[in-house]
Design a binder for this molecule. Structure first.
Ligand SMILES: [Zn+2]
Length: 328
């Protein structure tokens, strides 16, 4: 590694549909005949300014619906792996939301095979190891959750390693999703729900107890409950923290007010990610730099990433060797 190369990075919390930069999204929408609420890169970038989390979710729906075909799904994985590699990424767990893509007219198999083919292509082109996890939008209810669980298990040997819940956290607690998560976990798929981003400790508690969370996406509001925070640390549950996302959606008031420092001081291992880099105007280096400003170094974030990664033991060991051999 040359002295100018970026340090190696692991990203465990990135929504592939939210990685598509404005130019590529406009091109995809055009070829699919989908009308976006903006017609130029500038207009699209200007839309990505959010009043609150609900407003962000609204923009998410009207832009990500442009992704319709296997070719789109495959392309977004490869494009993002190329981008992330330029920031030093060696391992990604990319999220996609199959139930939303199916609602847009694709079949479940088209969605899964598109993303899985993309992960394979991305590895061949960039050397970045890509695994996939699926999100169930909470407001869609249990039926899509069961279907998502079933397909996660079906595509497990193609790199699908986890299932989560996302979307509106307020009003949609984790507990009702327990049976679908049990089905996925019985099939060897990990549990990686969003929790503790918009709602407080009760949401994180539900994710741990009802969904058997292996990791928590965000989890930042766990700092409001010292007992819960200690439990996350003692059990070694990694939280996938996205500092810039939290500022952009208003989940935290400012970067300086971000709870990352409190979490890590309590001994919680926090991986660092971008969440939706194209929609939050961020990238992997910027989020790692934000974490460093909060006292969590690139090495700390990398080690938490290795600990939390849901890949096979041999890949995990390779990641450990990369970390030990890097210049930090
Ligand atoms: Zn997320």
């Amino acid at each position: 590694m040359s002295p100018d190369s970026p340090s190696p990075k692991i990203e465990l919390h990135v929504h592939l549909e939210g990685t598509v930069r404005p130019r590529a999204l406009l091109a995809i929408a055009r070829r699919n005949g989908v009308r976006l609420p903006a017609e130029s890169e500038e207009e699209l970038a200007a839309l990505y300014s959010y009043r609150d989390f609900a407003h962000f979710l609204q923009l998410w729906s009207v832009t990500t619906c442009a992704l319709r075909t296997e070719r789109d799904f495959r392309q977004v994985v490869v494009d993002y792996a190329v981008e992330a590699a330029s920031h030093g990424a060696v391992y990604l767990e990319g999220i996609f939301s199959p139930a939303e893509r199916v609602a847009g007219g694709s079949s479940w198999d088209e969605v899964f095979s598109g993303f899985c083919d993309g992960a394979e292509d991305a590895r061949a082109r960039t050397g970045v190891e890509v695994r996939l996890t699926c999100d169930v939008p909470r407001h869609l209810g249990l039926d899509p959750a069961f279907e998502t669980a079933r397909y996660c298990v079906k595509y497990r040997d193609r790199g699908v390693v986890g299932i989560g819940i996302g979307g509106p956290e307020d009003g949609f607690p984790p507990e009702p999703f327990a049976p679908a998560f049990r089905q996925a976990r019985d099939g060897g798929v990990g549990s990686v729900p969003h929790a503790g981003e918009v709602v407080g400790p009760a949401s994180v508690r539900g994710a741990l107890d009802a969904l058997g969370a292996d990791r928590i996406r965000h989890g930042v509001r766990a700092v409001e409950d010292p007992v819960l925070l200690r439990e996350l640390a003692d059990r070694g549950v990694v939280c996938d923290v996205c500092p810039i996302s939290n500022v952009r959606t208003g989940a935290v008031a400012s970067l300086d007010a971000h709870p990352l420092a409190l979490m890590t001081a309590a001994g919680v291992a926090c991986s660092i990610s971008t969440d939706d880099p194209a929609m939050f105007g961020t990238d992997l280096s910027a989020d790692y730099a934000a974490a460093a400003r909060l006292g969590w170094s690139a090495r700390d974030a990398y080690d938490a990433g290795v600990r939390g990664a849901l890949c096979d033991p041999a890949t995990k060991e390779r990641l450990r060797v990369i970390g030990d051999g890097a210049v930090w």
